[in-house]
Structure formats: structure tokens, C-alpha cells
Design a protein around this ligand. Structure first.
Ligand SMILES: Nc1nc2c(c(=O)[nH]1)N[C@H]1C(S)=C(S)[C@@H](COP(=O)(O)OP(=O)(O)OC[C@H]3O[C@@H](n4cnc5c(N)ncnc54)[C@H](O)[C@@H]3O)O[C@H]1N2
Ligand code: MOO
Length: 420
């Protein structure tokens, strides 16, 4: 057997000596801050971007009291004396407000979204009303039972002028963009997209579209990580697949670190002689964390080359995805100006058991949500643990997290579920 004659400095490392999941998260949460610049862009381009300014409503929304239905507007205090019998005086469509005050026992034909005429405070739906013509005058008969202010939307009932709608660092969702639009703001200050250099490593890795020779595998991780990364506002530079050649890896990483905010690699993270990522990082920059007490994902690596953040994900696809969701996603979000997007969790009863689990490490199983016979949500475990099985990721709805101190998982006990 080939022997390098060198004892690796981590060969006796136990999980209890490795950095724990929460220690790693605490370090990342405390030490990271945004590196992205800011830019003012048109509102239509802001979906999925991270806000860099406070959004304050400079007007009431809606701007004025208006009708919520197609119907007839009247003054509520007139209802009893008029016996619900109102003279039709005006017709008001949306976008065509009337400045004329409604007369005593008078009503206005009104349409959804039209501004209430002066004096009116209540609207009856047209389906509930009857029309009546007498001596060339139209009347509307409004039934009893409406509450004062019914079917009238008040000025400012959605947003009052001066309200802070959104804070800097918010990842803009469709409803946020709509809220900004509703206040009339057309340009928004957001963070620039984070520049991410994405690269795979390994002599055996090939891009789809070419034939495979013996021992080669397709670069599924590139597509996994590209898709995961694109859920954040990023600009991806595809740095391709790096051969296991130390000099070439060093040159590529060194050049890329000058143009990218972040380098995201997959493979070569552990300590085989063919795993050059770690040694290259040590030569070019600083390694801050490596080797976590988790499964899968143990060889996860954090560092920097100059001012470029380095995230070295393991090569096994399951480990790559787990590490991306647990660590890379919050890191990329913070660097891009956003929140520390820690995985959300809820508790569900386990519909599986694990008789023996190693302590001192946190384990993440591929979890499938199902319903039991009473309709209660339960979590199943994808039965095979292999870190190379994309099938488990595909079948799963999320991850089941089992903490360090657990020695087993009993069927029926509550487990943490982290949805994808
Ligand atoms: N002696 C030890 N061996 C290994 C250890 C260890 O601690 N001691 N750790 C294992 C664990 S855990 C993991 S995870 C893997 C990850 O190590 P690397 O990041 O160095 O990954 P590679 O060796 O490059 O590849 C592992 C595996 O994944 C496949 N791979 C790599 N890149 C891709 C890609 N872009 N797309 C699809 N599949 C990819 C690769 O072919 C290997 O099968 O190391 C264990 N070994
Ligand atoms: O922990 Mo590795 O991360 O099994 O796949």
C-alpha cells in the first residue's frame, strides 16, 4: 500500500474535537457582514433582490375612502328616516371622483374602487338593492341590516402615511414589491448581486453532454449548487471543473479570488492526497474552519483568499446540499446584505427509529413528510444513508436533524424537521 509516510494532523480527531454545528453558526453569525455595494434600480427589477434602504410610505394607501363593491353609497344616518328609500343623485366610476356633496336621503350609484362622494359613508351591494323609477326620478331601495361604514374602505386602512414598510436587508418578495408600488415609489436602493465563482474539482468529474470514460462521473453538483445559489441575488461565474492538479488549482483560485466576492467549490475538501483544495486555501489565504461534527458534511471548509470568502463544500452530493443549506445559504445572504437565513424548523413525530446513533455529532437525514391514519403529519426517513444518493434528496421534503447528545431516535418521538 502506498504510504506517504506522513501522519495527518487530524487522523485521531474525534467528533467531540470537531467544531459543532451551533459553534460554527455562531461564528458565522457574529463575524460576517455585507460586502456587496448598493445600487438604485427600477422597481420592476427588484423581485428577489435585497433591500438597502428603509421604505417609508409617503402617503396613505388607499389615498381616500372608496367603495369595496359595485352598489349604492349613502349616508348611514339617513337610512332610518329614509326608510331605506334613497333618491339617486350621482353616478361615480373608479377614477372619476365626485366633489358634489350628497343631498339628504340621497344616494350615489358607485363602483368598486370609486371614491366615496362627500357625505356618504356606507355602501349597499347592488345585488341586495332594488331600483324604482317614479316621475322621471330613479330611487334605490336599500334593505335594513347594514352596519355603518359597510363596504367602504377607509383612507389609510392598508398603510398610513409615515409607516415603515420594509427595513434594509429584506429579501424582496412579490408582495413587498407590490407594497412599494402601492406607495408610488419607482426606484429602490438594493444591494448589488454577489459575484460567486462556482467550481467543481476532481479528475473524474465531467460535464453532462460528453461521454464518460471508466471511473468518471457527471458534475451533478455544479447544477445542484447553481440552482441552490440562484435562489439568492447572485451573479454566477462558472469556473468549470478543476483537475486534481495543485498548480492549476492554485492559479485558478488565485485569479478568481480577485474578481469574485465568494468562491464556492465542491469536492477535494477532505484530506486525501488528491484533495488539493485545502492545501491551496492554506497557501493562498486563511482557513478559518474545517471539519465539523456533523454527518453528512464533515469536511466543510470556510476561509478567505484576500477579501474573497471561500466556501469549500464536500464532493458527495448529499453533503454538498446539506452544507449549502446549513451554512452557505446564510453566509451568502449576509454577504449580500440580507439576513442570516438559518434553516427554519418545526417538530414532527418520527415514523422511523434509529437504534444507535453516535454521540458528539449532529446528524441530518433525508426526511419525507407523510400523514398517519389520523391525518397528523409525521416524518419518514429515507432509508439509505449514503452521501452519494441524489435519490434521497429528490424524494425528501427536507432534513431531519438529530442533535449531538442523542444516542438513538425512537419511533413516535418528536424530531426537528427542516423543510427544503
Ligand atoms: N479517509 C477519509 N476519506 C473520506 C473522509 C474522511 O474523513 N477520511 N470523508 C468522507 C466524507 S464525509 C466526504 S463528504 C467525502 C468528501 O470529500 P471531498 O470533498 O474531498 O470529495 P471528493 O473526494 O472530491 O469526492 C467525494 C465523492 O463525491 C463525488 N463528487 C465530487 N465532486 C462531484 C461533483 N461535482 N458532482 C458529482 N459528484 C461529485 C466524487 O466522485 C466522490 O465520489 O470524502 C469522504 N472520504
Ligand atoms: O459526511 Mo460526508 O459529508 O458523509 O458525505
Amino acid at each position: 500500500m502506498a504510504d506517504t509516510g506522513k501522519l495527518l494532523d487530524d487522523c485521531f480527531l474525534h467528533d467531540r474535537d470537531r467544531l459543532r454545528h451551533h459553534e460554527a453558526l455562531d461564528i458565522l453569525r457574529e463575524r460576517l457582514s455585507p460586502v456587496a455595494g448598493t445600487t438604485r434600480i427600477p422597481l420592476e427589477e427588484t423581485f428577489g433582490r435585497i433591500l438597502a434602504e428603509e421604505i417609508v410610505a409617503n402617503r396613505d394607501v388607499p389615498q381616500a375612502d372608496n367603495s369595496a363593491v359595485d352598489g349604492y353609497a349613502f349616508r348611514f344616518t339617513d337610512h332610518d328616516p329614509a326608510g331605506g328609500f334613497f333618491r339617486l343623485e350621482q353616478r361615480i366610476a373608479a377614477g372619476h371622483p365626485s366633489a358634489t356633496e350628497i343631498g339628504p336621503w340621497g344616494a350615489a350609484r358607485i363602483f368598486t374602487g370609486a371614491i366615496m362622494p362627500p357625505g356618504c359613508d356606507t355602501v349597499a351591494m347592488q345585488e341586495d338593492c332594488e331600483l324604482h323609477d317614479q316621475d322621471g326620478q330613479s330611487f334605490v331601495i336599500v334593505p335594513a341590516g347594514l352596519k355603518p361604514g359597510a363596504n367602504c374602505r377607509k383612507a389609510g386602512e392598508d398603510v398610513v402615511a409615515g409607516t415603515v414598510l420594509l427595513h434594509p436587508g429584506h429579501l424582496l418578495r412579490p408582495q413587498d414589491v407590490a407594497a412599494i408600488a402601492s406607495t408610488g415609489q419607482a426606484q429602490v436602493l438594493v444591494y448589488e448581486k454577489l459575484k460567486i465563482g462556482l467550481l467543481s474539482t476532481g479528475d473524474e468529474i465531467r460535464r453532462p453532454g460528453t461521454d464518460l470514460d471508466a471511473g468518471e462521473v457527471y458534475d451533478s453538483n455544479h447544477f445542484l449548487l447553481r440552482s441552490l445559489t440562484e435562489t439568492l441575488p447572485v451573479e454566477i461565474e462558472d469556473l468549470g471543473v478543476l483537475k486534481d492538479d495543485a498548480a492549476f488549482i492554485e492559479e485558478t483560485l488565485s485569479n478568481a479570488s480577485e474578481r469574485c466576492d465568494v468562491l464556492l467549490t465542491t469536492g477535494g475538501a477532505s484530506r486525501g492526497e488528491e484533495d488539493h483544495i485545502l492545501t491551496t486555501l492554506d497557501r493562498l489565504g486563511k482557513r478559518h474552519m474545517w471539519q465539523l461534527a456533523i454527518k453528512p458534511g464533515r469536511p466543510m471548509m470556510f476561509g478567505q483568499i484576500g477579501s474573497c470568502v471561500f466556501l469549500g463544500l464536500p464532493g458527495n452530493p448529499v453533503a454538498a446540499m446539506v452544507c449549502f443549506l446549513l451554512y452557505a445559504r446564510p453566509v451568502l445572504s449576509v454577504l449580500g446584505g440580507g439576513p442570516f437565513l438559518e434553516a427554519r424548523r418545526f417538530q414532527v413525530p418520527a415514523d422511523f427509529s434509529v437504534p444507535r446513533k453516535k454521540t458528539d455529532r449532529r446528524e441530518f437525514y433525508r426526511g419525507i413528510l407523510a400523514s398517519d391514519e389520523t391525518g397528523r403529519t409525521i416524518a419518514r426517513k429515507f432509508e439509505r444513508d449514503g452521501s452519494g444518493l441524489i435519490t434521497g434528496l429528490r424524494e425528501a421534503d427536507g432534513l431531519i436533524e438529530v442533535p449531538e447528545e442523542a444516542t438513538s431516535v425512537e419511533r413516535g418521538s418528536l424530531v426537528d424537521f427542516l423543510p427544503f
